[in-house]
Write a protein that binds this ligand. Sequence first.
Ligand code: 9MR
Length: 381
Amino acid sequence: MRRRQILTAGAVATTLAAATPAAAHAERKPTPPGLAKKDTLAFAVGDVLEIGCAVAGGGHHLSQPYPDPFTHDEPYRKVLAAEFTSLSAENQMKWDHLRPAEGVYDFTDADAIADFAAQNGHVMRGHTLLWHNQNPAWLEQGDHTPAQLREILRDHIQTVVGRYAGRMQQWDVANEIFDDSAALRTEANIWIRELGPGIIADAFRWAHEADPEAQLFLNDYNVEGINPKSDAYHALVQELLADGVPVHGFSTQGHLSTRYGFPDDLAANLRRFADLGLRTAITELDVRIDLPEGGEPTAEQLATQAEYYRRTTEAVLAVEGCGSLTLWGVVDRYSWVPVTFPGQGAATVLRDDLTRKPAYDAVQHALAAASGRAGHPALRD
Ligand code: 9MR
């Protein structure tokens, strides 16, 4: 009853009604998630871990026919506020966003996210400081000496990490430094190419100086299971730790596809990093689907997707020291997936009209089972 009242109230209802022909979705749960008190992921999780989401904006969104999601879509903001306990900037803390020109910092969008997180009691994950992608042209095509580049990176890390010190729970210090053949990106990554692999340790040291409390991570994709690429990280972590480098975590992004089998050894992989004394996290979970003609996933596809979300959540919950699970987007209409993989999509836990998919329920139930909140009336259908 309460759910229906909420649906028919105010601006949220107007927006949803505009987006959703009522008849087409009559069979679906009517509640926009996050708006019914306690019927949320944040409530279900209790204090067992952080459940996070990427805040949409920048990147692929700039080429899409909608205004900036974070600043313009109020129902979406309500979902972010209510459903999650952690937020990551999908693009707004990357170099191309923060560094429009040499010597210039623009924190407008990043600060807006940090303020929103503070207002709503969310922790944050910082993304990212040393990467081969989304760097500004003045940097990639500049004519800097190695000494200048080193100074540019040091200044960036200390300025950005320092600005959010005390507010950032985790930072992805180094992102995607290995390629899919498990080789260090000595060409594509400007920092490693120009300054050598030792710059990775320096990046961690600078970040640690700027915020001694933040947990500093190595982050990558295709390292869910035990494979040559995750082996490379496992070896690198041991070298860094032996050298006294302040590396605290290893995270796997979790861009999964129902096209491929679920990585059965996910928990085992995370555990071997925990055995080295590291924290672990899943930082960018989504599960894309090969869409049939018409673009709507079948019930069977949604069930498979839910299974992937459930198993990922259970793996996180099962591994000691794995304290953070972040979804790379919460609603399909803002996902990067169809833009990058034409014909694939529906990768998040909410449909375009903010109704829940089986994947949402799977995550919520897995979290509630672990936190002991499964029996709470707000979580009973
Ligand atoms: O979701 C991001 C998208 O908006 C950007 O266009 C894209 C460009 O690189 O980056 C996406 O986020 C990536 C993340 O930063 C690192 N791991 C892979 C993510 C998906 O591509």
